[in-house]
Write a protein that binds this ligand. Structure first.
Ligand SMILES: Cc1cc2nc3c(=O)[nH]c(=O)nc-3n(C[C@H](O)[C@H](O)[C@H](O)COP(=O)(O)OP(=O)(O)OC[C@H]3O[C@@H](n4cnc5c(N)ncnc54)[C@H](O)[C@@H]3O)c2cc1C
Length: 517
């Protein structure tokens, strides 16, 4: 069995783990990052898409609000290309307590969240679909963030500094030598190959699964309570600004426009299993009703798909022994040398995508402390690869690029404007036979047809490029269709039902995919 050695082993390739890998690599450490799935396929790839301004927490959790606005400003600069500057509104609808609006404005002032009250008429000019019965509107610097782009930019940036990035490698055991954690045993889920990784420090960045990794290391009481939330993507941008209800945070109170869709969310239900992705019909119904309160007619728009994510809500059974407060939505950094007398092992969990950089900075500071090697953090100022020009992503960018090459570059995915050259380059770079991996890179099949018109083309291209066998190519196509179906069936009504029927005719009637093996 092969053995790899490194300074820092990071377990978990979500926003937090990728952030730790990027930060460690920038500080000159040798890094290995492992994830049991593809990068950002855990909660990070299943979130709502919002780069918080802090407004949501301005009344309820001022500390979180301060962290969000500070990180919002930093990420706008260092991860500019991953962010679309949509701006955000907090609006008082007829269902909201009107007294909350003044508390909201005061909370924003106290926490430094930029907030300006604007005329309702002005808000309606900017967002004509907004409920005309809103009574007050505040403008805040909310934005959307493309998490797959962000995570892969950090992973590639770390890789260019020598890091080894190993998706589909699950940690199956944590090695202990007395009071020291010395690394982990990992298994490549695609090939079954096993590896030992020796590390000077191991970082547990496994989000909602962090308790499982701590258990493997023989550490008790790291309880991460998974909180399941659903989100629904609507087929186009019903709003171009993030719209939040101006009330205490609750279910279904935010619509985030991101790329070609708008996403409404979310719920928060306790579950015992971080891999629980149950979608409950009544939750879907309630979410569509909530949409009506912000955008009348929401229910009659076309819903594309539903998915769930699981929040890592940290509850420390040893809270009395540490400085960590029982801060559900805040992040928790556990230095196990201090907390449990187990050296060379650090856990980081909880938090938000918006605060991943800060979480990574604090974690790598703890790593430096464990190693006795103080090295300064530079992620506040160092741009992610692709963001060097500090220019935000704009919704028209793909159309502009396509118009430059109107006739000599085929369009493979019409919904997401993916050109053949982009797809081929991505397939070569990822060297993956899993079309879902490619989807996360370029948003393949994520628009209204949910892959109905593009995925057989993409399969043919993958087949041609990689020299896959016909069976492997068929398997890739079937795998993709099955994944898409999971999110489509809970919202089969109206136009999307007609679309699903058409897709079904194409794949089962014309292509006979059921017989592909
Ligand atoms: C419904 C919902 C909506 C949200 N919306 C927002 C939002 O709009 N804005 C915002 O800022 N935050 C939002 N959040 C919070 C945010 O998504 C999470 O806090 C964040 O994604 C957690 O990132 P992470 O990297 O810590 O965890 P994850 O992204 O879950 O990463 C952990 C990784 O560990 C891997 N792993 C698990 N076990 C193993 C193992 N044995 N070996 C190797 N790898 C393993 C998993 O595969 C996973 O990729 C939302 C959360 C939810 C649930």
């Amino acid at each position: 069995m092969a053995t790899l050695s490194t300074d820092v082993l990071v377990i978990g390739g979500g926003a937090t783990g990728a952030g730790v890998a990027w930060d460690s690599a920038l500080r000159g450490f040798d890094v290995i990052l492992v994830d049991r799935l593809d990068l950002a396929e855990g909660t990070s790839g299943r979130f709502h898409g919002l780069l918080h301004s802090g407004g949501r927490y301005a009344v309820k959790d001022p500390k979180a609000a301060v962290e969000c606005i500070e990180e919002n400003r930093i990420l706008r600069s260092v991860a500019a290309d991953c962010i679309e500057d949509t701006g955000g509104f907090f609006v008082t609808t007829p269902w909201d307590d009107p007294a909350y609006a003044d508390r909201f404005a005061e909370g924003c002032k106290a926490t430094g969240v930029d907030c300006e009250e604007i005329d309702v008429a002005q808000a309606l000019r900017e967002e004509p679909r907004l409920n005309p019965d809103v009574s007050r509107v505040f403008r805040v610097p909310d934005a959307n963030i493309d998490i797959w782009k962000t995570v892969w930019s950090m992973a590639r940036g770390a890789q260019s500094r020598g890091a080894r990035i190993l998706p589909y490698h699950a940690a199956v055991a944590i090695h202990r030598d007395g009071d020291d954690v010395t690394g982990a045993h990992v298994r490549d889920d695609r090939t079954g190959q096993e590896l030992d990784i020796e590390a000077r420090v191991t970082v547990n960045a496994a989000g909602a699964w962090a308790g499982q990794i701590a258990d493997m290391a023989g550490i008790e009481g790291v309880r991460v309570l998974p909180g399941r939330g659903i989100m629904i993507a609507m087929n186009h941008r019903l709003v171009n600004t993030v719209v939040n209800r101006c009330q205490m945070p609750t279910d279904g109170d935010i619509i985030v426009p991101i790329r070609t869709v708008s996403v409404i969310g979310t719920t928060d239900e306790h579950t015992d299993d971080p891999d629980d992705h149950t979608v409950i019909e009544s939750e879907v119904d309630a979410m569509l009703d909530d949409g009506e309160k912000l955008v009348p007619g929401f229910r009659h728009q076309r819903a594309l798909r539903v998915w769930t994510g699981v929040r890592p809500l940290f509850e420390d059974a040893k809270a009395d022994n540490t400085e960590t407060r029982d801060v559900t939505r805040a992040h928790a950094l556990l230095d196990h040398a201090q907390r449990d007398g187990v050296k060379r092992f650090v856990t980081i969990t909880g938090g938000k995508v918006t605060t991943f950089r800060l979480m990574a900075e604090e974690t790598v500071d703890a790593v430096c402390k464990q190693l006795g090697e103080p090295r300064p953090c530079t992620t506040r100022t160092e741009p992610l690869p692709g963001s060097e020009e500090r220019r935000h992503y704009r919704i028209g960018d793909r159309l502009e690029a396509k118009e430059e090459r109107l006739t000599d570059d085929q369009l493979i995915c019409e919904c997401e404007l993916i050109r053949r050259s982009t797809l081929e380059e991505t397939m070569r770079r990822r060297a993956s036979t899993n079309l879902d991996d490619i989807r996360r890179q370029v948003r393949l099949g994520m628009g209204p047809c949910q892959g109905g018109f593009c995925i057989y083309r993409a399969t043919g291209i993958l087949h041609g490029l990689d020299g896959l066998s016909a069976e492997e190519a068929n398997g890739a196509l079937l795998g993709f269709l099955q994944e898409r179906w999971k999110g489509v069936w809970p919202v089969l009504y109206g136009d999307q039902l007609r679309q699903a029927r058409l897709d079904d005719w194409i794949f089962q009637g014309v292509l006979g995919v059921e017989h592909l093996r």
